[in-house]
Design a protein around this ligand. Structure first.
Ligand SMILES: *Cc1c(COP(=O)(O)O)cnc(C)c1O
Length: 363
């Protein structure tokens, strides 16, 4: 509590309140629709949409209807809970497929939200037909990634029984599709062909990376995720996200002064430092260190010192005027560029985007 005298003083000099102090995350829904259509045009097969993890952090309530409007009819989520939320958004009609399959305790959600689990094991198959006889399901096969899906031996044992129950589709997932030259791609393609030979059920092997590998990888349905949201490896994607962070304070520091926790940066010359709203609690990954930049009208503004929970500090010495906002993600720096600052991938930058931002959707 300020003292009475200070309170009066503050009242006489009101704090400016016309600007927001949280960053502004702008999400271009038209670009997401355009990216879906561009990926769809690359194939002769159907194009689904992967919207797990809250549509890669961008907001499933706003993103999923736009993808449905663009033409997506097959949606994919990671877990049944996400499927329930997605069904509320989409209503009946589009198919909602669950990568983790049918886990114990999922039956009510799968039934009530009309979800299609991608069955991964013999146990899941048994559990599914016992709990929800006649309910739709797909099958996931392991072709070498060794993450989800049935191994060839397990599949050989289950195959005839499973096919008798009319699965909606058979899927597998590529481990190295972001690297077109990786021999794993052709190896998994071959195994997928062998495991599904002679089966008359729609097949799906490729996410964004596999879609870009060409028609051999397309089968009946592709399942792009990150490419919809403007991320690599879809180099021709329209950018979807921009992130502008307000400058809270600026100060001049003398040569030799330290900035931030652990005195992580020491000014080599007299410098002007701006403190910007946004930190690791907002998904600005702390590992992002020296070499990371924000931008102002295309000019780079170096991050100096440690990223803290709510704030980062930047060197604005070279700017004639300190703007109200600096940009982390946008026209001049992609999600993947920012990922490189932190030694990670665009997927992680997107899904880490925090809940404190003022989210603005371009429609
Ligand atoms: C996440 C995921 C996708 C989408 O992958 P992107 O690389 O984001 O296009 C597709 N299929 C499966 C099984 C996944 O887990």
């Amino acid at each position: 509590m300020p003292t009475r005298a200070l309170a009066l003083d503050l009242a006489a000099h009101p704090v400016k309140t016309d600007a927001m102090t949280t960053g502004t995350l702008t999400i271009d829904l038209n670009a997401i629709a355009a990216n879906w259509s561009a990926l769809n045009r690359m194939t002769a097969s159907e194009t689904g949409a992967v919207v797990k993890a809250n549509a890669y952090g961008l907001g499933i309530e706003r993103v999923a209807p736009v993808l449905a409007q663009a033409g997506a009819r097959q949606f994919f989520v990671a877990v049944a809970e996400e499927g329930v939320a997605l069904r509320r958004v989409l209503g009946s009609g589009p198919e909602i497929n669950v990568f983790s399959g049918h886990m114990p305790g999922d039956a009510d959600m799968i039934r009530s939200a009309d979800l299609t689990p991608m069955i991964n094991t013999v146990d899941q198959m048994i559990g599914h037909v016992e709990a929800l006889p006649g309910h739709r399901f797909g099958l996931q096969l392991n072709t070498g990634m060794n993450r989800l899906g049935m191994d060839p031996a397990e599949w050989a044992a289950l195959r005839d029984i499973a096919l008798n129950q009319n699965p909606t589709m058979i899927i597998s997932h590529l481990a190295c599709a972001d690297d077109p030259d990786h021999p794993m791609n052709a190896a998994q393609l071959e195994i997928f062909r062998e495991m599904t030979a002679g089966i008359n059920v729609p097949r799906s092997l490729s996410a964004t990376g596999g879609t870009l590998l060409g028609p051999d990888y397309h089968f009946d349905l592709t399942r792009p995720g990150v490419g919809l949201y403007g991320g690599m490896p879809f180099v021709d994607a329209q950018p979807v996200v921009s992130l502008d962070l307000p400058v809270i304070q600026t100060r001049d520091v003398s040569a030799g002064s330290a900035v931030g926790y652990a005195c992580g940066w020491v000014a080599p010359r007299p410098s002007q430092i701006a403190t910007v709203s946004g930190g690791y609690a907002d998904g600005l990954i702390r590992a992002m260190g020296n070499g990371a930049t924000l931008t102002h009208k295309g000019r780079k503004v170096p991050v100096v010192g440690r990223v803290s929970m709510d704030l980062i500090t930047v060197d604005v010495t070279h700017l004639e005027q300190v703007p109200e906002h600096l940009q982390l993600i946008g026209m001049h720096q992609s999600v993947d560029t920012v990922a490189e600052f932190a030694g990670t991938i665009g997927y992680e930058v997107l899904t880490a985007l925090g809940s404190r931002y003022d989210r603005v959707y371009i429609t």
